[in-house]
Design a protein around this ligand. Structure first.
Ligand SMILES: [Fe+2]
Ligand SMILES: [Fe+2]
Length: 307
């Protein structure tokens, strides 16, 4: 007997099949091809001599897929005198993944400074993580600072003291100062906002305590302090990508350049609400490490020189 309701029932949908993930091609093709590093020249007021700083982020290393970086990192010494890695070294925060990355960074042959990303924070064995990085000579900063002395690239004897302040950072969003929605008010997001403010206060305190007898000061972090480097990231995800309190902490101090990762769909260049220069060095954005040629000179107003 025909069912009178049959035509009014929703049709069964065919199940959606996910495309298989080709883990070997997860990284951009030009990175795997070993193309030269990207370069950018940045004027820094008061710098006594030019220096070269390489930066990259978001390796997301796993032990079950090829890690395409060792040969590339081994060429860093020819391109720069310092390597900064802005978090997400690993995908799951496993010690084996940290060991894989740490020894590849060791082979870079230059001082390496890293900050933890949200994926690195999945690590449950924090002491072992720190020891693994330290054994390979990698400096891990999370609410700390260090000074690296770099040789001048113009042949002069004057070494350049670069101060680096490092912190993981946190989300929380950019409302109302920049784009993005306000966090909905309920218990979970209140806890989120508290942690965001705590992380910004930690950055503020670290910047205040960092030695100021340096020639230039960089902030290395995983989350973004601005929406201007979030590019094609969906606006509803902004609260997961950084927060404006981090920018307020940065703008209260003298900072020449902020380097972050985490925003895989972002764009390379932006600035904080106070005008401090910000660069997004996530591998998925640039496709390769970036070398910043820091050169003495007045910072152009469009780059944050006229605060
Ligand atoms: Fe990432
Ligand atoms: Fe991340």
């Amino acid at each position: 007997m025909p069912n009178p309701l049959r035509d009014r029932l929703p049709r069964r949908r065919t199940p959606v099949r996910k495309a298989p993930v080709d883990r070997g091609r997860w990284f951009p093709a030009d990175l795997l091809d070993g193309q030269p590093f990207a370069r950018e020249r940045l004027l820094v007021q008061g710098l006594p001599a030019p220096v070269r700083v390489a930066a990259i982020a978001d390796f997301h290393a796993r032990i079950d897929r090829p890690f395409p970086f060792p040969s590339l990192l081994a060429t860093v010494r020819d391109q720069a005198d310092l390597l900064l890695v802005a978090g997400d070294l690993t995908d799951n925060g496993r010690i084996e993944e940290f060991a894989l990355v740490a020894w590849a960074l060791h082979d870079a042959g230059v001082p390496v400074v890293v900050v933890p990303g949200n994926h690195d924070r999945r690590c449950l064995r924090r002491v072992a993580m720190r020891e693994t990085l330290a054994d390979a000579g990698v400096i891990l900063l999370d609410g700390g600072s260090t000074i690296v002395t770099l040789p001048a690239t113009d042949g002069t004897d004057r070494p350049v003291r670069l101060g680096i302040v490092g912190i993981g950072g946190y989300g929380g969003g950019f409302w109302p100062d920049e784009a993005g929605p306000r966090l909905p008010l309920h218990r979970a997001t209140q806890a989120f906002a508290i942690r965001a403010r705590r992380e910004a206060a930690r950055l503020d305190a670290t910047l205040a305590a960092a030695p100021d007898d340096v020639d230039a000061r960089l902030v290395l972090m995983h989350y973004s302090p601005t929406a201007t480097t979030l590019g094609r990231e969906p606006i509803v995800k902004y609260w997961m990508l950084g927060n404006v309190e981090l920018a307020r902490a940065i703008d209260r101090h003298h900072v020449d350049l902020v380097i972050h990762g985490h925003a895989h769909l972002g764009n390379p260049s932006g600035k904080t609400i106070g005008g401090t220069r910000v660069r997004n060095v996530a591998t998925q954005v640039i496709g390769k490490p970036v070398v910043y040629d820091l050169v003495p000179g007045p910072v152009p107003a469009v780059e944050g020189g006229a605060k």
